[in-house]
Design a protein around this ligand. Structure first.
Ligand code: GLC
Length: 621
């Protein structure tokens, strides 16, 4: 009895300590934004309520993580993202596949949107109709709790999307707004004449220029326009209204109390709108994210915020906040991802080297999530200024990249499809799985063994390079067995118009069954990635706060990345060309050991086969 009392007292004290630490700043930010004391008091009361409702086991995890705040920066972190239905049918199915995830050495899973949505109007689940209900076909909130608690027992962290920029038009607020209830209309952006929407359109770019042009949708039954930055059925929330902020924070706390460890803040740059601006990355977005961080530091300090900022580097980094006033814990390394594919298509690493140098020079507190591809398209957000100095014009180069990955030019073996191609601007993004973009689909179809061997090498080399970057690697489920594009989405009228579904195919468990067989494509990829993951987990140089830098190789197709932590140094060499190359490096600090073959050698004048790579570790003494 005394023990229970003691631990409750300890928890109470922990809450008070956190609350008083952050109270002034939270109040100041809230007042600056809303100047509404009673809504602020309501927020504070609810934070305490959600804390009270938080499970003991989660509170313990919070305290553990408060004591070891670098827990997510270790070299064992490996993520995998997947749609629950594609991966294992439903929540329960996912629970039954945890052993497979362990085999993949994954200890962080991102469950793609699973909250209630309307089939056909779901945007892959990013149009949420109820933030407190799981899609029926996937299970229930209890199933989610059971899954997160099983994951925690296996030391697997669970990430989910928090789609805070908009709700589905079927969300209760939207339904009531559509009926003309003023209280609910004020939670969105409504206009009864086209003037203001037209003013917005002058400065606000379009997210889906082809599949959902414009930023407003006319509602004839209400005689109003509503702001819809994404699809017409995704209504933008008005964070100028404190009721929206408070309620969304309660939804956030409700979800983390189900055992979620990592909250991916979807489309975060968009959450604040102002007429006459681009409505992206406005200063008040940062006020909101900082408040969200404070709220989680008080109620659930073990939870991480991952910002989805698909923007150029100078716009991304501010979402980390400052060292004193942090915002997100982690951000996607999106420019590096796009630049990686540019490098594949050009076989020239110079732009990638420059991009990695920018990332590597940022404070080590900043943690990036690295990936080769995700559920979204690849947009060609590259550093065109630098490319211009190399004679490459933006429009022509984007066209080259799309042609290349369509498999039409440049000796390409890639397969995939364009996304939101705009014939007027010539702008278009690209969709495809890693394996298909590396030539595995084409080689398989043509039953060309030699081409397949090369495609597998390319696929594995790209993963090896991704694992070497500064930050945490994230796999897309199915990539670990080289799954290729899935064209069946074209037969589904709810999906046919959105080519992103080409790389969101169902997990092929019949392939996964063959991972032990090294003669199969899936077996080869799985085994080789496994080896790399093993190395990453056992070599301290891979911690996310280690020092990372690039080394000039004097060979345009070969990239060299070095990492060092507590005197342990590993260098990685990656050949982005199908031809054999020599890296003209000369590291004169002793002998190196090839972490894959075990051979000892000098790190100088290294021959690398086409699409080959090396991980070399400096020998001690
Ligand atoms: C994010 C998601 C994307 C979705 C959009 C709108 O960018 O990654 O899939 O379409 O938000 O919610």
């Amino acid at each position: 009895m005394d023990e229970v009392k003691n631990s409750m007292k300890k928890e109470e004290q922990a809450y008070k300590r956190r609350f008083s630490r952050y109270f002034d700043e939270l109040k100041w930010l809230y007042t600056e934004l809303y100047g509404n004391d009673s809504m602020f008091a309501e927020l504070c009361d609810n934070m305490y309520r959600f804390y009270g409702e938080r499970e003991q086991s989660l509170k313990r995890l919070d305290m553990e993580r408060e004591e070891a705040p670098d827990w997510y920066k270790q070299n064992d972190m490996l993520g995998m993202m997947f749609y629950i239905d594609n991966f294992a049918g439903d929540m329960k199915g996912t629970e039954s596949k945890l052993e497979y995830l362990e085999k993949c050495r994954v200890n962080y899973i991102h469950l793609m949107p699973f909250l209630d949505t309307v089939e056909g109007h779901s945007d892959g689940g990013y149009a949420v109709a109820d933030f407190r209900k799981v899609q029926k076909r996937l299970g229930t909130m209890e199933d989610l709790e059971s899954l997160t608690s099983r994951c925690h027992k296996k030391r697997i962290s669970v990430c989910m999307d928090f789609v805070m920029n908009h709700t589905s038009e079927d969300h209760e607020w939207a339904r009531r707004a559509r009926r003309g209830e003023g209280e609910y209309m004020s939670r969105y952006f409504f206009f009864d004449s086209p003037q203001i929407p037209q003013e917005y359109e002058k400065t606000v770019p379009q997210v889906f220029p082809t599949t959902a042009p414009g930023n407003f949708t006319w509602l004839p039954e209400l005689g109003h326009y509503v702001m819809t930055t994404f699809y017409p059925y995704q209504w933008d929330l008005n964070y100028g209204n404190p009721r929206v902020f408070n309620e969304m924070m309660y939804n956030f706390l409700f979800l983390v109390n189900r055992g979620i460890d990592i909250i991916r803040i979807d489309a975060v740059p968009y959450i604040w709108k102002e007429l006459g601006t681009k409505c992206r990355n406005l200063p008040k977005v940062h006020t909101i994210v900082r408040m969200m961080r404070i709220i989680s530091e008080i109620v659930c300090p073990g939870v991480l915020l991952l910002g989805e900022v698909v923007m150029e580097p100078e716009k991304v980094v501010p979402y980390f906040g400052t060292v004193e006033r942090p915002e997100c814990h982690m951000l996607y390394n999106v420019t590096t991802m796009a630049t990686t594919w540019h490098t594949v298509a050009t076989r020239d690493v110079s732009l990638l080297k420059k991009q990695l140098d920018i990332v590597n020079n940022l404070p080590k507190e900043y943690v990036f999530l690295n990936y080769l591809r995700c559920h979204d398209d690849i947009g060609w957000g590259l550093d065109y200024e630098t490319l211009k100095s190399q004679g490459m014009e933006e429009r022509a180069h984007k066209e080259y990249l799309n042609e290349y990955f369509l498999g039409h030019s440049g000796g390409s073996t890639s397969r995939g499809e364009l996304y939101n191609y705009d014939p007027v601007s010539g702008d278009g993004r690209f969709c495809g799985t890693t394996a298909s973009m590396c030539g595995i689909e084409k080689a398989g179809f043509e039953q060309d063994e030699e081409a397949m061997a090369l495609a597998i090498r390319k696929d594995v080399m790209l993963h090896a390079y991704m694992f070497m970057q500064s930050g945490i690697p994230m796999l897309y489920g199915g990539d670990e067995i080289g799954q290729v594009n899935d064209y069946t989405y074209k037969e589904d009228p709810n999906k046919a118009a959105d080519s992103r579904y080409i790389h969101r195919g169902k997990m092929k468990w019949e392939l996964a069954a063959g991972i032990e067989d090294e003669k199969t494509v899936e077996g080869q990829i799985f085994r080789q990635l496994g080896r790399l993951e093993e190395i990453r987990k056992t070599q301290k140089a891979f911690v996310s706060y280690g020092t990372v830098w690039t080394i000039e190789t004097w060979e345009p197709s070969v990239l060299c990345i070095a990492r060092e932590f507590e005197g342990e140094k590993v260098i990685g060499l990656f050949n982005f060309s199908e031809h054999d190359k020599t890296a003209w490096i000369n590291e004169e600090d002793g002998l190196y050991r090839d972490l894959i073959s075990g051979e000892k050698r000098k790190a100088a004048g290294i021959d690398i086969p086409g699409f080959g790579f090396y991980y070399l570790k400096r020998e001690r003494g």
